[in-house]
Ligand binder design. Sequence first.
Ligand SMILES: Nc1nc2c(ncn2[C@@H]2O[C@H](COP(=O)(O)OP(=O)(O)O)[C@@H](O)[C@H]2O)c(=O)[nH]1
Ligand SMILES: [Mg+2]
Length: 406
Amino acid sequence: MMSIEPVDSAPSEVRKTSDAGMKENQSDKRGVFIKGPPVPSLWLFGKAQSGKSSIVRFLTGADQAIIGNGFRPETKATYRYTFPNETHPVLRFFDTRGLGEEEYDPSEDIEVLQRQANAIVVTVRINDFALGSLLGPLRQIRAARRSRPVILALTCLHHTYPQKQHPEHDPFLESELPESIPEELRRCIQEQKRTFGDLIDRIVPIDLTRPEDGFLEPNFGGGRLKDALIDALPNVLGEAIKHTDETVQQLREDFERRAHRCIHAYSAWAAGAAAVPLPWMDIPAVTGLQLRLMAKLAKVYDQSPVPATLISSAPIFGTRFLLRQGAKSLLKGVPFVGIPVNAATAYVTTFGLGRAAMWYYWERFLGRIPTSEEFSHIVKNQVESARTHWSRNSHSSSPSVRESVE
Ligand SMILES: Nc1nc2c(ncn2[C@@H]2O[C@H](COP(=O)(O)OP(=O)(O)O)[C@@H](O)[C@H]2O)c(=O)[nH]1
Ligand SMILES: [Mg+2]
């Protein structure tokens, strides 16, 4: 755990009264702060369909469905999503969905998000000028904490130049209002700038499209938006945003390192349990070890264990498979021949299952619930590659192993 001072410059009385949602930098009951890594929290403020979720998608790389399901009510009008999840927060978003509906009263949000939200990203479609529902509340929010950066993201740029690609070289890298942009786009930017006046600190024109929209650059301006956030936020938070991908990758690698230690150990034990003269004796032992491994890996990833239905639908798990292998060995008439086969089978299936469980738990960690078909598919692939690996490393038993996991 990094040890970093509580983030941002909220006055101390605000810090003390700050409420739910500050899990990692949260105060305990006595108001003492527990230090944790800084988690930049962005308040996305815009009408429905103005591009809030698209910004979350761009900044996190998470897919639309996960983001959609990830938002939970924080206040009456505002939802919160923590990426990749609440227990390992890296980035946090607040989405004021109630905006645009009649009578949005920002006072509850102002109070609850006063300290939690480090910056506000106002999202407005470039040519949407029906902004009455947004400007009033924004004025109040801005007044409540003037020092908090507010970035206006003007989205859907190409609506001002329909059926055309974005310029190959991003002109907004050079200037806020480049000479070269289409006249209509220029007019809209100027108009929005006038409309928002000092309610915002800067404007970032973007066009975050889906691949099927057919743009050569689907994340036009995304990098500039990220840079603007890095720039606007206090140092530690800016750094945190900058390194989002690396942080998540690091988490993943830490889990994998720990998971692999378990997988290696359990696979070796399973092979040991299988290496007794009567092949069918060891089946419950191997199965038991495999179940224990999966429970152990669940702990590593802090997830609930792979559901029994998924496990039993996996192509190699359980007594049926192992029994078949045992029977094959017995049929050969010489029990000892069965021993290496069984040991290999036990090793390979345990290893493959463990690797598949790793995949499963990581998906869950990111907020996705894999289907049993997906799980079975991964199990099959992982057992295949474990088998190949075993065969390569153990010449004497390779033919039997091949046979045993078919
Ligand atoms: N062309 C374009 N489409 C966008 C942009 N941002 C969002 N959209 C599209 O507009 C729709 C609503 O976007 P979404 O991000 O879900 O808006 P939200 O309701 O504010 O979260 C989706 O179909 C998006 O693909 C943008 O910058 N350019
Ligand atoms: Mg949305």
